[in-house]
Every structure is written in C-alpha cells, then in structure tokens.
Write a protein that binds this ligand. Structure first.
Ligand SMILES: [Zn+2]
Length: 209
C-alpha cells in the first residue's frame, strides 16, 4: 500500500520497517545534537516513539481521497448544499515540521452522486497527514472531493493556528490563519459562495482548545 504514492521517490525502495528504524536512529542523533543524553531513562524509548508517531502523522502520503472513500459514493438526486462543519484538523507545517491545527468546513453540491458523510473527515485527514502548507491542504481537500464525487461545486474553508508562529519568536498567540478553496458553483455563483462562507464563518468564532 505504501508503495503507490512513493513510486517516484527513492525512499520507495525502503520497507516501512526499515524506514521507521532509520527514523529512530536519526531521532537518537537529533537528541545528541540538542545536547541530550539519549541513554537516560526518560529518553530511551523516545526515538522509537517519535518514529512511530511520525509514521502515523504522515500516513496520508500512502493514501488518497479515492482510497478512503472506496465504494462510499451513492446515486442520489439531492442537489442542495451539503456541509460538514467543524472537522478537527491536525497537520504539520512543511517549513518547521511543527503542528498546525484547527477546523475544516467542507461543503459540496451533488451532481447525481453523494458521498458518505463520514468519508469527508477522512478525506481531510489524508491530506492533513503530510507535511503541508495550509493553502495547499485546502486546495487538495477540494480537489480530492471533486475527483471522488464529481459535484457541481465544492467549498473548503480551513481556520488554523500554527505552532511555528505561536511558539517561536513571532508570538502571535491568537492569530488564526483562514484559507478557502472554491470550485464550480461555489466560485461562479455569488449566492452559493455567500451562503457557504456565511455558514462556514458562523461556526462560533474561535475554536476552543
Ligand atoms: Zn511553519
């Protein structure tokens, strides 16, 4: 499974187990570079834990919207907007490999087919579990949904806090980054776009964490 999207990548040749093992070795070295003692009790299992956790947090590389949706697309004549709001989102920024997190609001207007509602958060996860910039993540979710359900339109809004801004010198603790991606009717029809953005932004303002 992991080999499909890694096809163009030389890392492809390395099995998942070897990759995790090598990642643990690198993490051990990272601890040394930080001036830590990887042999002290609290850190002994850290390299393996970090390797396992990074494998999980980036498992989206070996998956796709098509794969998580599978057969979860059904014929249906409903043609009003369907929206899943406040989808929890956790990703890693590709510039600092630090988390960014927040909420995604995803809507579409069907064109003869609908997708199981539980599949939409799974599409979000597939693209969030990679190294990302929020802008690209937003576009990829929109395009993934377009590919699996061929709707009349798609709208995605992400509001997120970036730990690379919050924890480092920038110290903008409360600034939230908002991105949107619009396709089809959401781009072309101002009424649809306004309805979507109004629904997306009425989600209670600042998420509570
Ligand atoms: Zn960053």
């Amino acid at each position: 499974m992991a080999t499909r999207l890694f096809r163009e990548n030389p890392i492809d040749e390395i099995s998942e187990t070897d990759r995790t093992r090598e990642y643990a070795t690198l993490t051990r070295r990272e601890l040394e570079l930080l001036g830590e003692d990887p042999e002290r009790e609290g850190l002994l299992k850290t390299p393996q834990r970090v390797a396992n956790s990074m494998t999980f947090l980036t498992e989206g590389y070996s998956s796709s919207a098509e794969e998580v949706v599978g057969k979860g697309v059904f014929k249906e004549e409903h043609d009003n907007m369907i929206m899943v709001r406040d989808i929890e989102l956790y990703s890693l920024c590709e510039h600092h490999m630090l988390p960014f997190f927040g909420k995604a609001h995803v809507a579409y207007i069907p064109n003869g087919k609908i997708v199981g509602l539980s599949k939409i958060p799974r599409i979000v996860d597939v693209y969030a579990r990679r190294l990302q910039v929020q802008e690209r993540l937003t576009e990829q979710i929109a395009d993934g949904l377009c590919r699996v359900v061929h709707p009349s339109g798609v709208g995605v809004v992400i509001e997120a806090y970036h730990l690379c801004m919050m924890m480092r010198g920038v110290q903008k603790q409360n600034s939230k980054t908002i991105t949107s991606a619009l396709r089809g009717a959401f781009r072309e029809d101002p009424k649809t776009r306004d309805e979507f953005l109004r629904l997306a932004h009425s989600s209670g303002g600042t998420p509570r964490y």
